[in-house]
Structure formats: C-alpha cells, structure tokens
Design a protein around this ligand. Structure first.
Ligand SMILES: [Mg+2]
Length: 410
C-alpha cells in the first residue's frame, strides 16, 4: 500500500542551533530561556538536558534541581528563523516541501516511486544527510513516513532523536497501541477528557471506536476525519487530482516596483515549474496575480493565458512575458505577486502537438532541476530572476514562524 507523506521534525531545535553555533555547548545539557531570569521557563532543552527530564516548560529552578550542570542560554529568535530557512532549502534539495508547519516541522508529499517503502526510507536518509551537510551536524531530525500526514507526523514522534520510522497501512491499528492518547496530534487535555467520558482511555480503544462515537467526542465532522486519519486515509485531494500548482509572495518594501516585482515573479514561476515537473505534470494555463498596496477596494489584477500543455520553463518564460505586458499601469506599489499553473495533466497523458516540439528543452529543464535540487534552489536560474533571488526563498508562511515563543514538542 503506498505511502503518501514524509514528515520532518527537528529534534530540540533551538537548543541544537545553539550547540551548532557554539561548540562549547555540545554534549552539555542546555536550556534555552526567553530571558535570562530565574523566574522563567525553558522554551527548549537540548537532547542532553532531556535525559535529565528537562523539557519545554520546565521552570529554571526545577531544571537546576534536575541537573546541576545545566547551562542556560538566551533565545535568539532571528537566528532560529535564519537556520529554519536553510533547513527548508536543504530538504528542498531532496524533494519539494509541501507545507511548513512550524519553525522546525515540514511535510513533503511522496510522489511516484518515492511512495514505495525502500525509496521513501532512502529519501528520508538523504534529507537527514542534506540537513547535516548543508546546515550543520548538530541538527538532528526525526523523519516519519506514513499513508497520510497525520500518521507521518505520529511516526516522527515515535523515535527521538534522529528517528526514521515508517507506519504502514497494513500495520494499523496495532502499530499505534504503544502510544498514549495525548501522544496523538489533535488530542489535547480537553479532547482526552471527552474521550475518557466516553469510556476511551487508550489508543486501542480509540481505534476500535466507531465513526459515530468519534463524531460525538469531537462534537462534529472533525471526529469522522479523525476516524479516517487513524485508518491511513488521505483526506486532501491526492496529488494526481491536484488542480493547480502556484506560488505567491508578499514583497518587501524595497521590491514593490515593477522591475523588482517581475524578478520575484520569475523566481516564483521557475520554482512552480520545477514542482510541476517533479510531480510529473504539464500545465495548460498560466495565471499571473498582482495585488496593490493602499487599496481601499482590494485592488488586484489577474491575467491568464492558455496553451497546449507542457512543462517547459523556457516557454513558460515567454507566456509570462506576454502576461506581464498585458498588465494595466500600476495604480499603486505592488504588494503581492503570484503565479498559478492550472489545467494540469499528467505528463504521459499529453498528446504532443506535432508542430510544437515539446521535448526541445526537456533535457535542459531536467538538468536545471537536478542541479538546483542538488546544490540548492538558486544555483542555476534565469537572468530575469536575478533580482528576485532570495526574495522568495520558500513558500514559508510567516504566520507559522512566530510560534517562536514555544518549541512545540522538542
Ligand atoms: Mg521538533
């Protein structure tokens, strides 16, 4: 049964970054504090500190009692965000990152042969190696692989540090029985209490409960979703049914002029084209989206162009240039830009246009993807994207990153 998701969770992220940057801290129990004060709590504990029972939320006084030799350091949020971006880039050098869930967690959709267990495990090992090589050898990660994101995340929690765990659909539900209810994502104190009131005290009982019971426990449709997730069902549309691939980016203040915006758009276009090819799709339509600053009426402009489906960056460049020409005069600085590929078809299903040699650039596109995957996303790029390089390093929603205050589960 195919696997669908690979989940990467960095171990003791903040503390590991400190040990990476400050070699004198390596191998020592380290507690990261929001401020250097005796009245505060650890927001992260190093792998070594965890062996003493110190974790996120342990008060300073208690940490000292648990381990006399603990070293406290003050958190450096900006540094952690910077390292976060480098880790995402390292993972992207192996496979596209589907979604960044927090500063130290991300999910990747497995595609094609990666869905076979041996290939998925090999990919997991490559990702760990890429993080060590490209970011630092103190940055251990736990990789979980499963039939859906929920189970992949659960697998990533089953072995720490430096884990690599696969949950196969055929091993369900027994594979989950060693966990406590609260070990499962989505079950907090309140949900646990409701489950207990319904007579559910173990994961085994949770797996045996009917969809109706779980609907009752979650007080709605989320309970049925949980029932499906526990069984390995994927609830999001599977990637073969995906209807669009796109990227958007909010421009920094110094990039809100048309020339800079265009450069960022080329970067987004090339990133989307790389993903398109990685997933084995051709696109039959390209959309360009511009949102303007100072807009009382949500001023924006969208242009779209259609063509015989292909996956060639060179011809996407030409299609994009045509769209860019068609845009109206800027009514205000450009705040946000985006591109979207739609009318996706699987590459092997496209009927090739006899007068349009689709494969003319195939070798070059493949080489471009290989080099950028191997050496990082900006190694080779098109001239037009030069100014946009680094402006949109990742589809990292900044709404995720401010979770800097608390490292969720180490
Ligand atoms: Mg973590």
């Amino acid at each position: 049964m195919p696997l669908h998701t690979l989940y990467v969770d960095l171990n003791s992220f903040f503390a590991s970054v400190e040990q990476q940057l400050r070699p004198e801290l390596r191998g020592r129990p380290v507690g990261v504090l929001p401020v250097m004060a005796d009245t505060t709590c650890c927001i992260a504990a190093s792998i070594d500190a965890k062996r003493y029972g110190i974790r996120t939320g342990t008060p300073v006084w208690q940490a000292r009692r648990l381990c006399r030799d603990i070293v406290f350091v003050q958190a450096r949020p900006a540094t952690y965000v910077e390292i976060h971006h480098r880790i995402v880039a390292a993972v992207e050098s192996c496979t596209p990152v589907g979604e960044v869930l927090s500063i130290d967690e991300m999910a990747c959709e497995l595609m094609g042969r990666e869905r076979e267990e041996t290939q998925a495990i090999a990919l997991g090992k490559r990702i760990k190696r890429a993080i060590y090589d490209q970011v630092g050898d103190m940055l251990h990660s736990s990789v979980g692989i499963g039939p859906n994101r929920f189970l992949a995340k659960t697998a990533s929690n089953m072995q720490k540090p430096d884990g690599l765990v696969v949950i196969r659909r055929e091993d369900l539900p027994q594979r989950l029985y060693s966990l406590a209810l609260r070990d499962l994502t989505g079950i907090g104190r309140a949900t646990e209490a409701r489950l207990n009131r319904l007579g559910i005290h173990t994961v085994e009982a949770l797996c045996a409960a009917s969809a109706d019971t779980l609907r009752h426990a979650w007080n709605g449709i989320e309970g049925e979703r949980y029932y499906a997730r526990l069984r390995g069902d994927t609830l999001a549309a599977p990637p073969t049914r995906r209807s669009s691939i796109g990227h958007s980016h909010v421009l920094a203040p110094d990039l809100r002029d048309p020339v800079s915006a265009q450069a960022v758009l080329y970067r987004l276009l090339h990133k989307a084209a790389t993903r398109l090819r990685h997933y084995g799709f051709c696109a039959g339509s390209l959309g360009l989206h511009l949102h303007y600053l100072d807009n009382p009426h949500d001023r924006h402009w969208t242009g779209q162009t259609r063509f015989a489906p292909h996956a060639d960056t060179f011809r996407f460049n030409a299609a994009f240039a045509g769209l860019w020409q068609r845009r109206p005069p800027e009514p205000a600085p450009i705040l946000k830009v985006g591109v979207t590929f739609t009318e996706l078809v699987e590459a092997h299903q496209t009927t090739r246009d006899l007068f349009d040699p689709v494969d003319r650039h195939a070798g070059l596109n493949a080489a471009l993807d290989r080099i950028n995957r191997r050496y990082g996303p900006n190694t080779l790029y098109f001239g037009g994207a030069h100014k946009g390089r680094g402006a949109a390093p990742m589809r990292i929603a900044f709404s995720h990153v401010p979770e800097l205050q608390v490292e969720r589960d180490g």
